[in-house]
Design a protein around this ligand. Structure first.
Ligand SMILES: Nc1ncnc2c1ncn2[C@@H]1O[C@H](COP(=O)(O)OP(=O)(O)OP(=O)(O)O)[C@@H](O)[C@H]1O
Ligand SMILES: [Mg+2]
Length: 499
């Protein structure tokens, strides 16, 4: 390849990947120069993760060529060469192994006797973890970690390989501001050392902070390539969406109308204590309540307690006057819709079809008189949900595991809403969804509240809380501030930091 000049780190030529009826990549050609940091953008299902997986060799392209060269004097490698490290969108950690073992997986260090050097493995891992403030996790099995900690472990694993090329597929999903800052710092450091970076994100503002250039995919094709200096959020969104669809509603939102005192309290959190975390509040019908804080501040725990996914040590949470039964099933029966923090652990059943997962919570409503599921009714319900949420699947029967990350999240949202619940508890509902879907999630939440539903949103991950009537900011397990609608971004940011 004569044109593979020294300063090209990644050369992709006419790469195509077909999954049954779906064309995930459609003749993608791309060159990325050494030491550049390139954003890879596009709507949910555009082909970003597939392209990343083709670069690491996890997925084999149907046609086209990929060559990778870490250093100017390095050999030209195919996909998956040793100079590449990747943080995938979906966790690739082994849950039974410890954090240190995961970081060193597949390349355990050996001492002079040829035995695994556990001491070095642990010390080295610890150094990486401590930079992120999660040193205490080093000996824990990954299954005991919070989802955010697990994400950080994956980032540490990738960085610890000292890669020349670093691929990051939505690395900030679930990270709070401090986590993002840390990551951006690491990216800048890597860049200054000449590492080439491909960065996938739906947070377009981030792209301007960490990327030199951007490549936008639509339906598996490259539709725009430019330096970020020559782009704006608008031009990126236009390219992602294509002219036909128009832009998502990003206009300033109206302040939510106040919820009258006369409205009944639907959700009563009364001195609830879960370990170090405690909170009390009463939420009225038609109210949107936000819970936020730094990662681990307790807002997610409280949200989980509402749906019975966290046991209370003391206190009481009641819905419509009755105590919420233990376990998530009980919560669903009590009329609560739930979007969990980690869709892969508890959001959907990977082997079930998209149709089955989206309607799972609504089976009760889809049975005929004999108690059997009315397949026609189910299909109608699915089609309604899929249309509303723009779920991109090749058919209703497609396995949910095969959907793109953002489309899986839409399935989880659709399922939470399929029963038209009185109360919705959403944890990081916008994780991984594209700007368009994010907008429609906010609109849906507002419409539900207007229709008399109560919504609790817990997140430290970039959720736009201006739609909430009230936001409770947790700090180190306690409610630290309560902000009424109309608060400024600055006020919220300060409260989150405990100021
Ligand atoms: N293993 C698979 N089997 C079948 N279809 C697949 C598989 N993996 C991906 N696809 C399909 O290929 C298309 C591209 O998916 P991909 O995961 O690359 O999207 P993405 O751009 O990463 O989206 P997101 O922003 O939601 O993560 C989607 O339509 C997806 O359903
Ligand atoms: Mg993806």
């Amino acid at each position: 390849m004569s044109e593979h000049s020294d300063d090209i780190a990644i050369a992709i030529e006419g790469v195509t990947k077909q999954y049954g009826p779906t064309t995930a990549l459609d003749g993608v050609s791309l060159r990325i120069r050494r030491g550049r940091s390139c954003a890879l953008l596009g709507r949910n299902g555009a082909g970003k993760s597939t392209l990343i997986a083709a670069l690491t060799g996890l997925v084999r392209a149907d046609s086209g060529t990929i060559s990778v060269r870490g250093d100017a004097d390095g050999e030209i490698e195919g996909p998956g060469g040793h100079s590449i490290a990747c943080v995938y969108q979906k966790s690739t950690l082994v849950s039974e192994l410890t954090v240190a073992e995961n970081i060193w997986l597949g390349r355990y260090p050996r001492n002079r006797l040829g035995l695994v050097d556990w001491h070095r493995m642990r010390a080295d891992s610890l150094a990486y973890l401590e930079e992120w403030g999660i040193g205490h996790t080093v000996d824990l099995p990954v299954e005991a970690l919070e989802p955010i900690e697990a994400k950080i472990v994956e980032v540490c694993r990738a960085l610890s390989r000292g890669p020349r090329i670093l691929l990051l597929d939505e690395p900030t999903a679930g990270l709070d501001e401090a986590g993002c800052r840390e990551l951006f710092e690491k990216i800048r450091l890597a860049r200054s050392r000449g590492v080439t970076i491909i960065y996938v994100s739906h947070y377009l503002e981030e792209v301007f902070q960490v990327c030199d250039e951007a490549v936008i995919l639509r339906d598996g094709r490259v539709v725009l390539e430019a330096d970020t200096a020559d782009l704006t959020v608008e031009t990126i969104v236009d390219a992602m969406v294509g002219e036909v669809d128009g832009r998502p509603g990003h206009a300033a939102r109206d302040l939510p109308e106040e919820v009258p005192e006369s409205r009944p309290v639907v959700l009563d959190i009364d001195g609830a204590v879960i370990g170090e975390v405690s909170a009390s509040t009463r939420v009225r019908r038609g109210e949107i309540l936000g819970f936020t804080g730094l990662d681990g501040a307790g807002h997610v725990r409280i949200a989980e307690a509402i749906v019975g996914a966290q046991a209370l040590d003391s206190g009481r949470i009641s819905v419509g006057g009755t105590r919420v039964p233990r376990g998530v099933d009980g919560a669903i029966r009590a009329g609560i819709g739930f979007v969990p923090e980690d869709r892969h652990r508890s959001g959907f059943v990977p082997d079930l079809s998209v149709e089955e997962n989206s309607t799972l919570s609504a089976l009760r409503l889809l049975r005929n008189r004999a108690g059997l599921i009315d397949e026609r009714r189910r299909r109608t319900k699915y089609e309604e949900l899929a249309g509303e949420w723009e779920i991109k699947a090749s058919s209703p029967e497609q396995r949910t595991a095969e959907l793109s990350g953002g489309n899986q999240q839409k399935v989880v949202m659709a399922r939470a809403l399929a029963t038209d619940p009185d109360i919705l508890v959403l944890i990081n509902p916008t994780a991984g969804v594209d700007v368009h879907a994010r907008s429609s999630i906010y609109t849906t939440i507002q419409e539900l509240a207007l229709a008399g539903r109560t919504v609790v949103i817990a997140s430290s991950d970039g959720v736009d809380f201006t739609i909430a009537h009230r936001v409770i900011v947790m700090f180190r397990g306690r409610p630290h501030a309560e902000l009424a609608a109309g608060f400024s971004e600055k006020q919220l940011a300060a409260a989150v930091q405990g100021e």
